[in-house]
Design a protein around this ligand. Structure first.
Ligand code: SF4
Length: 125
């Protein structure tokens, strides 16, 4: 089973020039995608099917909007895009483009879900 390094999950990437090793240290995804043989029993086995496995890891940790758009284009026809987004939302991954969404977009999705949940709770009370 692939384990992410939660200890470093909240580190802020140093924008441009972040090395592959530093990015891998953030959450492990790029190195795993590039080197790990897929373990079909792993809860992250879907990562081996992601389009990002064919691109440099830094592509998914952009420092500006142009970089985010570039990553999104790669995600757009990814066969595991929805699983990737769900995973990033469930794991509260703060950095990088996952499931075609930037950090900001994921925060908005989570906020919207929280708001909807509060409304639903209020309506049933
Ligand atoms: S949606 Fe994007 S980040 Fe996620 S696996 Fe696919 S290409 Fe990679």
């Amino acid at each position: 089973m692939i384990k992410r390094n939660k200890r470093n999950q909240n580190k802020q990437p140093a924008a441009k020039g972040l090395s592959d090793a530093a990015i891998a240290e953030l959450n492990g995804r790029p190195t795993e995608l590039a080197t790990a043989a897929p373990d079909p029993d792993s809860e992250t086995a879907w990562m081996a099917e992601g389009n990002c496995r064919l691109h440099p890891p830094a592509t998914f940790f952009p420092s500006d909007g142009v970089g985010v758009d570039k990553a999104r284009k790669i995600c757009r026809d990814c066969p595991v895009m929805s699983r990737c987004l769900d995973y990033a939302l469930e794991e509260r991954i703060d950095h990088g483009v996952w499931g075609g969404c930037s950090e900001r977009e994921r925060r908005r999705i989570l906020k919207r879900r929280r708001d909807e949940s509060l409304v639903a709770t209020a309506e049933t009370a």
